[in-house]
Design a protein around this ligand. Structure first.
Ligand code: CAA
Length: 380
């Protein structure tokens, strides 16, 4: 695979790298210690055009290609996986469903605000009883005049409580299973809609993960996205792109962990020489670097396919499966390279270790990615 990036993509990489180092690094401790949502950073990303990278200019976006967007998540996540996931969820599953399935009126109403960062987007699919089996969700939407009344609850919603607009999935006909699911654009101040408990998590401390509750929440019928019954397809097709974003986030974590481990292995001396010169450590670093390179190829292959408008579902799942495993393995080994110091908060590798785990879980667990890949193999 040709990993030559365009000049524009390289400029995006440099711009985001500089931004992350200068603007995000000083805020990491605040996010880690106090679980503070990085609102100012999100505002600055809006000013830089990062909240709408692949959104066409006519809707207020930067009009750049999908790979530029993936590069941005990759670079942000090297410094902060929290900021990486905020952008990924906002764009891939918070904004794109409206771009791809919305009416012209819905696009004009919501996308310019989402693309500029004035609005933050979120995605409400998962429920207490419907995680991997998303098609079994129980939230209902009943037609009531010119509105729908939504009832039910969602869990583990990234950007929950901070988002202005949620893409929410609910059943309009429970007899049809996943074919009875519909998608709705729900604004944060919708009557009957409320944000519930904020989860205390192992990692991603600045990222809000909350419950959502709908008690006859009154959503105008004009906010139905696509047609009734199209919701599951809308969720799945946008998750295809979302999974490339999470794979890029995983890659960022793995690259940061590798860089930290190599740096430390050159500096730290034991037995009279830098520890990296011990073959046991050198082999470890070699394996870590090889997995990182493999992840990079898979991430940018999936992203290129998506950019070219080709079917990228299988490659997206492969990229997420491999890159998230790599992030976990490389982070574990990075802690090992740092020894006792790696187990302390003095060095960032313990954060990489905690942040990596969720990449194997959200936007489809590794087991779900294998199901998706297997289905593609048998269908191809
Ligand atoms: N694109 C378009 N349509 C798709 C599709 C895709 N990628 N995948 C499936 N569909 C369609 C199918 O074609 C089928 O329609 P037809 O019968 O008309 O052909 C319909 O959807 C049902 O498909 P399946 O029979 O394959 O559905 P399933 O019930 O067996 O489930 C699954 C498939 C892949 C396991 C799915 O349930 C899944 O992806 N589960 C994981 C859920 C998930 O990823 N949740 C993430 C939550 S969001 C999140 O995590 C965000 C965050 O915080 C970071």
């Amino acid at each position: 695979m040709n990993l030559r990036f365009t000049e524009e993509q390289e400029m995006m990489r440099k711009m985001v790298r500089d931004f992350a180092q200068e603007q995000i690094t000083p805020f990491i401790e605040e996010m880690e210690e106090n679980e503070t949502f990085p609102r100012e950073i999100v505002n600055k990303m809006g000013e830089l055009g990062l909240m709408g990278i692949p959104i066409p200019e006519e809707y207020g976006g930067a009009g750049m290609d999908f790979t530029s967007y993936i590069i941005a998540i990759n670079e942000l996540s090297k410094v902060s996986a929290t900021v990486g996931v905020i952008l990924s969820v906002h764009t891939s599953v918070g904004t794109n469903p409206i771009l791809y399935f919305g009416t012209e009126e819905q696009k004009q109403k919501y996308i310019p605000k989402l693309a500029s960062g004035e609005y933050l987007g979120a995605f409400g699919l998962t429920e207490p009883g419907a995680g991997s089996d998303a098609g079994s969700l129980k939230t209902t939407a009943k037609k009531d005049g010119d509105d729908y009344l939504l009832s039910g609850s969602k869990v583990f919603i990234t950007n929950g409580g901070e988002a202005d607009v949620y893409i929410v999935f609910a059943s309009t006909d429970s007899t049809l299973g996943s074919k009875g699911i519909s998608a709705f654009i729900v604004e944060k101040d919708t009557p009957g809609f409320s944000v519930g408990k904020k989860e205390k998590k192992m990692g991603l401390h600045g990222s809000n993960t909350t419950e959502l509750t709908f008690e006859d929440a009154r959503v105008p019928a004009s906010n139905l996205l696509g047609n009734e019954g199209e919701g599951f397809k809308i969720a799945m097709s946008n998750l295809d792109a979302g999974r490339i974003g999470i794979a890029a986030q995983s890659l960022g974590i793995a690259e940061a962990a590798l860089e930290a481990a190599v740096g430390y292995a050159k500096e730290r001396k034991q037995f009279g020489k830098p520890i990296g010169q011990q073959q046991g450590l050198g082999f470890k670093l070699a394996d870590m670097a090889t997995k990182v390179e493999g992840s990079k190829l898979l991430v940018y292959q999936a992203s290129k396919l998506r950019e070219l408008g080709k079917d990228s579902g299988k490659q997206a799942s492969m990229a997420k499966l491999f890159a998230s495993r790599t992030a976990m393995e490389v982070a574990i080994e990075a802690v090992q390279v740092f020894g006792g110091y790696g187990y302390t908060k003095e060095y960032p590798v313990e954060r990489f270790f905690r942040d990596a785990k969720i990449c194997e879980i959200y936007e489809g667990t590794s087991e779900i990615q294998r199901i998706v890949i297997g289905k593609h193999l048998l269908a191809d």
